[in-house]
Design a protein around this ligand. Structure first.
Ligand code: UT7
Length: 333
C-alpha cells in the first residue's frame, strides 16, 4: 500500500474568540401580535420571547456575518490574514449559489481561505464548530472561523400564526485555533429525515418559478411535533454529550441550548438536574429564535453578563429542521 503523508495532527484546539452582530431594529411582541391574532402575554408565556431584532435592507446576510466575524477575530487577538477556513451555518442565503462563506471571507480580507456553507438549520452552528475543531486538530488548518448568520425575515410569512412570532435576525461567530489542552468533547449528532416536513419551506422555488404558486415559498413549522421531538429526544442527546466528555452537570459553567423555546430549555434543565451554578442561556427573551445564530449569540450574551468564565466547560446544543441535532462540550473562549 502506498503511504500517503498526513498533516501533523495537534493534541488540542479551543475556541479563541467570539463575536456577535444584532440588527439595530428591535421588534416587540405587540408589533407582531395583531397580524396573527396573538398577544404579548401569549407569546411570552408559551416561548419566553419578549422581543427580537429584524434586519434592515442594509443589514444583509453577508454584512451581518462579516460584522460578527470581525468581532470574533479581534476577540481572538488575530488578524483576518491568519484564518485558514471559513464555515458559515445558514439557511437564509438569498441565492442557492455561490455559498456566502467565500463572499464574507473576501470582505474580511482573508486571502484565499477554504470557504463553505453548512446547511443543518438550527443545529448548523454546532455542526460547523465541531467540523472546524476537527480541521484544526487534524492539522488541516491553524485557525478556523465559524459563523452562524440568518435573515429569517426573508423566509417568514408574517401572517402565519405558527411561526411569525418566533424568529429573528442576527449573526454570531467564533474562532477556533490550536491549544495546549483539549477544548472540545466528542460531538454527538444525528438527524431524522422522516420528519423533514416538520420544519420546511411551504413549497419549492420551482413551484414558484413555474407559476404553480403566486408567492415565493415561506417557512412552515408543525410546532407541537417539533416541541414533542425536542423535549423527548434532546434530554438524552445532552446527557450523551456530557458523558462523552467525561463530565457531570455540576462540572459545567454554562448550558447554551438552541434558543427555540424557554419551555424546551426548562425541560432539559429539569431532566438533567443542572445545579444553580450552571448558567443557562436565555437569549431567546431578547433575540427570539435566530436559527443558526442562536448558540453564538446566546453565549455572547452570557459572557457579556460575566456568566461564562474563560476556559470553563460549557455544553452547546443545536436542534431543528431536518430534524437535525448536535451537542458538544467546549471550553469557553
Ligand atoms: O428552531 C427550530 C426548532 N423549533 C422549535 O423547537 C419550536 C417548537 N415548538 C414550539 O415552540 C411551540 O409548539 C410553539 C411556540 C410554536 C407553539 O406553542 P404550543 O404551546 O405548542 O401551542 P399550540 O400549537 O399547542 O396551541 C395552543 C393554543 C391553541 O389554542 P387552544 O386550542 O388551546 O384554544 C392555539 O390555537 O394556543 C393557540 N395558539 C395561539 N394563540 C395565540 C397557537 N398559536 C398561537 C399564537 N397566538 N401565535
Amino acid at each position: 500500500m502506498t503511504q500517503i503523508k498526513s498533516a501533523p495532527a495537534r493534541s488540542g484546539a479551543r475556541i479563541m474568540g467570539i463575536g456577535a452582530y444584532r440588527p439595530a431594529r428591535i421588534v416587540t411582541n405587540d408589533e407582531i401580535a395583531p397580524l396573527i391574532d396573538s398577544s404579548d402575554e401569549w407569546i411570552q408565556q408559551r416561548t419566553g420571547i419578549e422581543k427580537r431584532r429584524f434586519a434592515s435592507d442594509d443589514e444583509t446576510l453577508d454584512e451581518m456575518a462579516r460584522l460578527a466575524a470581525s468581532d470574533a477575530i479581534s476577540d481572538a487577538g488575530l488578524n483576518p490574514e491568519q484564518i485558514g477556513v471559513v464555515l458559515v451555518a445558514t439557511l437564509t442565503n438569498p441565492v442557492q449559489f455561490p455559498a456566502v462563506a467565500p463572499i464574507v471571507a473576501s470582505k474580511l480580507g482573508i486571502p484565499d481561505p477554504g470557504a463553505f456553507d453548512i446547511g443543518a438549520a438550527c443545529a448548523g452552528f454546532v455542526y460547523a464548530l465541531s467540523t472546524a475543531a476537527d480541521m484544526v486538530k487534524s492539522g488541516s488548518v491553524e485557525y478556523a472561523l465559524v459563523i452562524g448568520a440568518e435573515r429569517m425575515t426573508d423566509v417568514l410569512d408574517f401572517t402565519d400564526r405558527g411561526s411569525a412570532f418566533i424568529f429573528g435576525d442576527g449573526a454570531g461567530a467564533m474562532v477556533v485555533g490550536p491549544a495546549d489542552f483539549n477544548g472540545f468533547g466528542p460531538v454527538i449528532f444525528g438527524s431524522d429525515g422522516s420528519q423533514a416536513d416538520a420544519i420546511s419551506m411551504s413549497s419549492t422555488w420551482f413551484d414558484f418559478r413555474s407559476g404553480k404558486i403566486p408567492e415565493p415559498p415561506t417557512l412552515r413549522m408543525a410546532g407541537q411535533q417539533v416541541f414533542r421531538w425536542a423535549v423527548s429526544e434532546m434530554v438524552a442527546v445532552t446527557q450523551r454529550a456530557l458523558t462523552a466528555a467525561g463530565l457531570e452537570p455540576k462540572d459545567l459553567a454554562a448550558f447554551v441550548p438552541h434558543q427555540a423555546n424557554n419551555r424546551i430549555t426548562d425541560a432539559i434543565v429539569k431532566a438533567l438536574d443542572f445545579p444553580d451554578t450552571v448558567a443557562i442561556a436565555r437569549d431567546i427573551r431578547e433575540s427570539g429564535n435566530t436559527t443558526a445564530a442562536t448558540v453564538p449569540l446566546a453565549l455572547h450574551a452570557l459572557r457579556s453578563e460575566g456568566r461564562a468564565p474563560s476556559g470553563a466547560p460549557a455544553l452547546l446544543l443545536g436542534f431543528g429542521a431536518g430534524l437535525t441535532y448536535a451537542a458538544q462540550v467546549v471550553a469557553l473562549p
